[in-house]
Each structure stands twice: as structure tokens, then as C-alpha cells.
Design a binder for this molecule. Structure first.
Ligand code: TXA
Ligand code: MG
Length: 308
């Protein structure tokens, strides 16, 4: 395994490695992904092994051009085509009816496949160089916090990968928004980098939330995106507490991510959790943000990180 700068040559090597069935860690605009050829059963299986991820949790397939969708999905609803047209490339994943040849290992045996076209230039170039659709979960061990910088990548993930392309910090810092596009209306399965407000404004309609009691809808694992250190949500940090605050920090284990800008907060949240997790603090306390729609994705990740 080697950590490499994203030069022309290394992007070329990354494409070759993926085509040869190896795993490559790539930057995306949301979080780093552990990428493999989505058409290669053994390569996809090695993603699950490297992450320690249960087989029943399906993967997102990343494409290099919108038209690659034709080889993955059928019966794409009109609203899904419009969403893809508007927000791809970008942090939006669409769950669509899959074509029969899409591997069960990718979809966990479901009849649907999750697809997105990332906007990160390095990710796009690697996918186009590989010239195959790429299955890529976040490049963390199962249930752990997703990496938004290469120094967050777990040594076990590093060991499983042929190479890691260093793209610097990820811009959004939280995973893509996942929308199910199987029925008459789109349904929100996971809030993410693309805000509900932007999607609703574009659709001129409210987004229905998914029914989480249904089998295999994502977010079924209430504890997720969690550091090793216990996390607790509080209204205000005490002077000596370690954690994340909206106030002026009182010491080095108090981190202030942003005043009132949710995008800036999201971009720095996982980094802060990784940093605090590396320090020997007994508990990470996080001051809760306002309960307004702009903070939806942050609330989602804070609830999951603090769920026991
Ligand atoms: O931003 C992202 O989406 C990142 C980067 C690397 O692209 N990837 C990512 O993948 O977050 P992962 O595997 O950590 O999360 C994929 C989510 C899971 O919640 C999974 O349950 C859901 O997508 N998913 C995948 N296929 C699905 C399907 N067919 N139906 C419903 N949910 C699906
Ligand atoms: Mg993940």
C-alpha cells in the first residue's frame, strides 16, 4: 500500500489497479471512498472484508458519465432523471430498479441499486480511467467515522488497499444524500451533502421521509459514524469538558467548528471527531445546533454518533 499524490500517472495506475480487481482509496467531494470494480464479484467481496461490513448493507455504485446509468438501472422515473440532470455530478445518490446483471454482492440481494456520479475531479478521473462502474463505501471500518482526510484512514483499511490517492480534505465532509426513486415520489433515505431544501426547491414538492421500519433501509444501524470514545450531546460544554462547542474554546480539547454556518460545521465535524478520538479524553461532548432544517444532516450524524 502506498499513499500517492493524484498525479496523471498515479490516476492512471489507480484505474489499472481497479480494473485488476484491487481496492483503491479515492477522495470524493463527500468523504474518502474504498473503491473497487463494481462488476468484479471478488473485488466487491474484498470491500466487505476490508471494512468488516455486514453483507446485507448494499454499496453505492459510482459512475463516470450519466449515460453509464443505462447499464445499471431500468424504469428510471422521470423525477429521478430530472434530479440526476440537475445535481450530478455531486453528492446525491439515487436508489433505482437494478438491471439483472448488477451483482447481488453490490446490492445485498436487493432489486435496487444505489448510483451516484461524484463531482470530485480526482474521483471522476479515476472512474473514467478505470472505465468501469465503481462500488465505493466510505473508507472506514464498519460503524466508524468516515475519513475526510487521509490521516483519518484506519491502518486496517490501508492494509487492504493497493493505493491511497491523497486529495486533501473533502469539501462537504458528510456522505451523499440518498434518495429512493422506486415509487411515484422520491423518498429521503439518508440526509447528506445535498440539502433537503435544494432538492425540495428543485422538485417544488416536499421530500417524503423513508419508513425506517422497512427491511434494509439505510440508517438501520442506529449507531454509526461513531468514534471509539463515547459521544454525548449537551446544550453547553462545561469549562473542563472535551468536545465540540459553539462558544470560544476554553482549552485545546474544545474545538469550535463554526459559528452558525451548517456547511462549514459539516465540513469539519468528522475531522473534529477523529482528532478528539485520538486524544485520551474519556468522553466527547457536543453542543447541539439549532433544531432548524439547515442542520438536518448534522443532527442525523450527531444522533448516530451518540447512540449507544
Ligand atoms: O458520499 C457517499 O455516499 C460516500 C462516498 C464514498 O461516495 N459513500 C458512502 O457509502 O457513504 P456507504 O457504503 O458508507 O453508504 C451507502 C449507503 C448506505 O446507507 C446503504 O444502506 C445505502 O447507501 N444503500 C446502498 N444501496 C442501497 C439500496 N439499493 N437501497 C437502499 N439503500 C442503499
Ligand atoms: Mg459509510
Amino acid at each position: 500500500m502506498s499513499i500517492l499524490p493524484p498525479t496523471e500517472e498515479n490516476i492512471h495506475l489507480a484505474g489499472d489497479a481497479i480494473r485488476a480487481g484491487k481496492l483503491v482509496v479515492i477522495p470524493t467531494e463527500t468523504v474518502y471512498g474504498l473503491a473497487a470494480d463494481a462488476t468484479n464479484r471478488r473485488a466487491v467481496e474484498s470491500i466487505f472484508r476490508a471494512k468488516g461490513r455486514p453483507q446485507d448493507n448494499p454499496l453505492i455504485v459510482h459512475i463516470g458519465e450519466s449515460k453509464w446509468l443505462e447499464d445499471l438501472a431500468v424504469d428510471v422515473p422521470e423525477y429521478a432523471q430530472r434530479l440526476a440532470g440537475e445535481f450530478w455530478p455531486g453528492p446525491l445518490t439515487l436508489v433505482l430498479t437494478k438491471l439483472p446483471h448488477v451483482l447481488d454482492e453490490v446490492t445485498a440481494g436487493l432489486d435496487s441499486v444505489a448510483v451516484r456520479m461524484p463531482s470530485h475531479e480526482i474521483a471522476l478521473r479515476v472512474i473514467r480511467e478505470a472505465n468501469v462502474p465503481i462500488a465505493a463505501p466510505s473508507a472506514n471500518k464498519f460503524m466508524a467515522v468516515s475519513p475526510t482526510r487521509i490521516e483519518h484512514i484506519d491502518p486496517e483499511i490501508e492494509l487492504g488497499a493497493e493505493m491511497i490517492l491523497d486529495g486533501g480534505p473533502c469539501g462537504y465532509g458528510v456522505e451523499s444524500t440518498v434518495i429512493e426513486c422506486l415509487g411515484d415520489h422520491p423518498r429521503l433515505l439518508r440526509p447528506g451533502g445535498l440539502s433537503r431544501a435544494k432538492i425540495e426547491e428543485f422538485l417544488s414538492a416536499p421530500l417524503v421521509a423513508a419508513d425506517h421500519s422497512e427491511r434494509r433501509s439505510p440508517g438501520r444501524y442506529p449507531k454509526h459514524y461513531a468514534p471509539r470514545t463515547p459521544v454525548r450531546l449537551v446544550s453547553r460544554l462545561g469549562e473542563r469538558d472535551a468536545g465540540i462547542t459553539f462558544q470560544v474554546p476554553q482549552h485545546r480539547n474544545q474545538l469550535q467548528l463554526s459559528g452558525s454556518n451548517p456547511d462549514e460545521f459539516a465540513a469539519n465535524l468528522y475531522h473534529a471527531l477523529h482528532v478528539l478520538d485520538e486524544r485520551s479524553v474519556s468522553e466527547i461532548l457536543i453542543e447541539t445546533p439549532p433544531e432548524t432544517p439547515e442542520w438536518e444532516v448534522i443532527w442525523d450524524r450527531l444522533r448516530k454518533a451518540s447512540s449507544s
